[in-house]
Write a protein that binds this ligand. Structure first.
Ligand code: NIG
Ligand code: FE
Length: 400
């Protein structure tokens, strides 16, 4: 057993339920805190004066402690580059235009289809390490740059292989990203529903299936067909929705009871009300708003209406080349109007819900010992600094 002391303040969401509406800001802050960790598990959290005995004491010397961040949305596996898109976009060509011409995501698909699993992993490890250094202790990773059976399965294999290179927990998601340009849509959908999804469920290659609903991607009815098949096979569901147009993806996610619906840059009042009435987490991705110059997702309005917000990096080469989890948290305060406490809950307890996890994201007895020691005595520094405020990362009780 190890006793950790020298914690000026420990800030964490508490309780197993999803933090909706006003409860998202109700975090617990313990001054002069201490924690006892045994193996991978947090045994005790409280005020130092009440701390139980332990075999060993570690003094953090006046630092704040928060739960490890959970990045519930990344596309960490990708090959090639999108620097040409970037250069064109800063000169006025839009993301959607590039995509419609067969560039953008399609370009990354071409590079990724030509990569081996070894190449995919080699490229992803440094990105993964950057997210961990910035405070991520659990990281979701999506497929989606395969668009054919062989490459999607290779991506799933690469995601599984990534786990050997990091102490962070990797959570794989099958993403049905776009209709491929080189084959018929109907045939592709049949293959996804009749082959990919049963195989992923059978071999437990992912716990959730995600679909991109957008004018240049899938319609709401196509997404419904895919996600209903996922549910029928016992998989969880997620959606990329309302990035450019509110087409009904948010409403579909709420109706299906999806774990989360992500993006929401174009969401309006109707979508906010649907989210508030559901237990589907609204995941905002401020890196996308910053990088593409899109309106920010209405995080403030969703919480005020009674919904639950999470924050993710959406790390990917095209819309969010962000290599820091804590930067995404800090941007959600600036761009989506979350308070520091709401942003902390968003990237810890609510992000855990967005992945269907219940053993991480909160510093309470019995939880996995995933926590961050900040480079400050004040926990709010993590939401303030537009850089790295994380000095130590502990995952499953061990310093990463
Ligand atoms: O979450 N919007 C669709 N998919 C990704 C972007 C992928 C890319 O541009 O490579 C996203 O933004
Ligand atoms: Fe995404």
């Amino acid at each position: 057993k190890t006793l950790y002391i020298g914690i000026t303040e420990l800030a964490t969401a508490t309780g197993t339920e999803l933090k909706k509406g006003a409860s998202q800001k109700d975090i617990m802050v313990i001054r002069d805190a201490a924690m006892v960790v045994e193996g991978e598990t947090l045994l005790w959290v409280g005020n130092r004066k009440d701390a139980p005995a332990a075999d060993r004491t570690v003094d953090f010397r006046n630092r704040a402690v928060v739960p490890g961040l959970i990045d519930p949305h990344t596309h960490l596996i990708w090959s090639g580059s999108r620097l040409n898109d970037f250069e064109a976009r800063v000169q006025g060509v839009s993301y959607e235009e590039i995509l419609a011409r067969g560039g953008g995501i399609h370009q990354t698909v071409r590079y990724t289809q030509a990569s081996t699993a070894f190449e995919m992993v080699s490229l992803a490890v440094p990105r993964l390490n950057a997210l961990v250094r910035s405070g991520a202790t659990t990281i979701e990773v999506k497929t989606g740059y395969g668009l054919n059976h062989t490459t999607e399965m290779r991506m799933l294999e690469a995601i599984q292989d990534l786990q050997a290179f990091t102490p962070a927990r990797i959570v794989p998601t099958l993403l049905i990203h776009l209709p491929p340009r080189d084959r018929d849509r109907e045939g592709f959908l049949r293959e996804v529903v009749e082959q990919w999804i049963p195989e992923v469920a059978q071999d437990q290659l992912a716990s959730a299936v995600d679909v991109f609903v957008e004018q240049e991607a899938f319609s709401v009815s196509e997404a419904r067909e895919i996600l209903e098949a996922a549910k029928a096979h016992g998989l969880q569901t997620k959606l990329h929705a309302d990035q450019f147009h509110a087409l009904g993806g948010v409403e579909l996610a709420c109706e299906l009871g999806s774990l989360s619906v992500d993006h929401l840059e174009a969401s309006g009042e109707q979508q906010i009300q649907a989210l508030a009435a559901s237990n589907t987490v609204a995941t905002v991705l401020p890196g996308v708003s910053l990088h593409l110059g899109l309106p920010a997702a209405p995080g403030r309005k969703i919480i005020d209406a009674g919904g639950a917000v999470a924050v993710g990096t959406d790390h990917n080469p095209g819309s969010s080349p962000i290599f820091s989890a804590s930067l995404a948290l800090a941007l959600s305060v600036r761009l989506s109007g979350l308070t520091p406490a709401e942003a902390l809950t968003a990237m810890t307890a609510n992000a855990a819900h967005a992945l269907g996890l219940s053993d991480t994201g909160r510093l309470e007895a019995g939880m996995k010992a995933d926590f961050l020691v900040l480079d400050s005595h004040d926990w709010r520094e993590i939401s303030y600094r537009l850089g790295n405020a994380v000095s130590k990362v502990f995952i499953s009780g061990k310093e990463a």
